[in-house]
Write a protein that binds this ligand. Structure first.
Ligand SMILES: Nc1nc2c(c(=O)[nH]1)N[C@H]1C(S)=C(S)[C@@H](COP(=O)(O)O)O[C@H]1N2
Ligand SMILES: [Mo]
Length: 409
């Protein structure tokens, strides 16, 4: 692993120069220090690390480029994931660890009346600010539970995080450039570049109507603070309700296309079977694949862990988080008998339809031995989590109903 370089001074001047308004820069422990992370983490290695700049205790999946998973206990503490425990994923190791905020520009080019280059100062001052809570979830979240297993990041359930994002509307920035009538697609890329240089630059795209829906955001802050560099400082595209693969970090390039995006990341990578729950049989060949798009409903028990021993007959509380995917949570159902019977859980505060939502349910286990607890989310479109395990060749979009095995005694 290489060494992280200091970026403290440039980041601090970002606030000074651009006056982030009500947002305050907190002091950043160890950010300015050089950190040597030592050896590489293999797929089986899941040690905890605190060695990454601006990051607290994280599960180390891979060192370079980093894959850092949010430890699951974090999700029991509240619906917003602290910035220093928001998961991290990068495709290429060449993203910048130090950014000159005075020089940084966001370019808008392609099928527009005026190609523009916006400084951070312009972005912060010239456009109305918007705020929205939304879950960022890697399409490969929970891949390590797929059976049979496949290669790729062996995420447990922690390559997801929820934040309140502050930024400007993508629509307003596109309007400044003046999108031409022929525009069909908008493609986004960031400051990272691949090694080797003939590998495809990471980029994702969305339809022009989606890009102008007023919700897709160019965020410059999360949870009221600047974004950690590893999470996309200084700008991150936020596509509420869509998989985090679309949430381009260190965003500096917006390209308006007059046709479809034919790049590798859309035509070849990040594709799932065109089937209910994106699920096919492992033995099947030549399954029709479509691009991954929006999130699907999920729910988790956060206060009881597999293998916990619960007192026989005593009143118990189960608590957890859920999200509706691209729609709000309608109902959460809880089962203490392995899914034979379900009852509605209580819902916590509504932080917006793209946010995690807390839930809780009371239960008691009246017979000694093993019991299976389950939780199921249904969104406002009536889409619910499948009981049959989700499986596809790349391990994407897992949202099978979670089971937690416990013992009563
Ligand atoms: N520039 C850039 N943006 C990117 C990526 C990347 O490799 N480069 N990875 C994407 C993927 S697959 C995920 S899951 C999220 C991870 O965002 P996070 O590290 O802030 O959690 O970033 C997305 N945006
Ligand atoms: Mo991802």
């Amino acid at each position: 692993m290489g060494k992280f370089l200091s970026g403290g001074a440039t980041r601090r001047s970002f606030l000074g120069a651009a006056a982030l308004g009500g947002l305050k820069l907190l002091s950043r422990p160890a950010w300015a220090e050089t950190v040597d992370l030592g050896g590489e983490g293999g797929p089986g290695l899941r040690s905890l690390t605190t060695a990454f700049p601006e990051k607290g205790r994280m599960i180390l999946q891979r060192t370079r480029p980093p894959w850092l998973e949010t430890p699951f206990d974090v999700f029991d503490k509240g619906v917003f994931t602290p910035n220093d425990q928001h998961f991290v994923s990068w495709h290429w190791a060449t993203f910048p660890m130090s950014i000159d905020v005075a020089q940084f520009t966001l370019r808008v080019r392609g099928s527009v009346n005026d190609e523009i280059s916006l400084s951070l100062k312009e972005l912060l001052h010239d456009f109305p600010r918007v705020e929205l809570a939304a879950v960022a979830q890697c399409a490969g979240n929970s891949r390590s539970y797929f059976q049979p297993r496949m290669s790729g990041a062996q995420w447990a359930n922690g390559s997801m995080s929820n934040a309140r994002w502050t930024g400007v509307r993508l629509k307003d920035v596109l309007d400044r450039a003046g999108v031409k009538a022929a525009a069909k697609t908008v493609r986004f890329a960031g400051l990272d570049a691949p090694i080797p240089s003939d590998a495809p630059r990471f980029a994702k795209s969305i339809d022009i109507d989606h890009a102008r829906d007023g919700e897709v955001m160019i965020a410059f802050a999360m949870n009221g603070q600047q974004m950690p560099v590893l999470n996309g400082f200084p700008l991150k595209l936020v596509v509420p309700g869509w998989c985090a693969v679309y949430w381009i970090k260190a965003l500096n390039d917006i390209e308006v296309l007059e046709g479809p995006d034919l790049s590798y990341w859309t035509t070849t990578a990040y594709r799932v079977p065109n089937r209910p729950n994106y699920t096919c049989d492992p033995a099947e060949k030549d399954v029709d694949l479509i691009p991954i798009t929006h999130n699907v409903p999920r729910s988790f028990i956060t206060n009881i862990r597999p293998g916990d021993v619960l007192p026989l007959g005593a009143p118990q509380l189960a608590r957890g988080i859920a999200f509706g995917g691209d729609k709000g949570v309608k109902t959460i159902d809880f089962s203490a008998d392995g899914g034979a019977s379900w009852s509605p859980a209580r819902l916590g505060a509504d932080e917006g339809k793209y946010s995690f939502r807390q839930w809780s349910a009371d239960f008691a286990l009246s017979t000694p031995g093993e019991h299976v607890l389950k939780v199921r989310c249904t969104n406002s479109d009536g889409v619910t989590q499948p009981a049959k395990p989700v499986w596809n060749p790349r391990g994407y979009m897992g949202n099978t109903i979670e089971s937690t095995n416990v013992l009563a005694s």
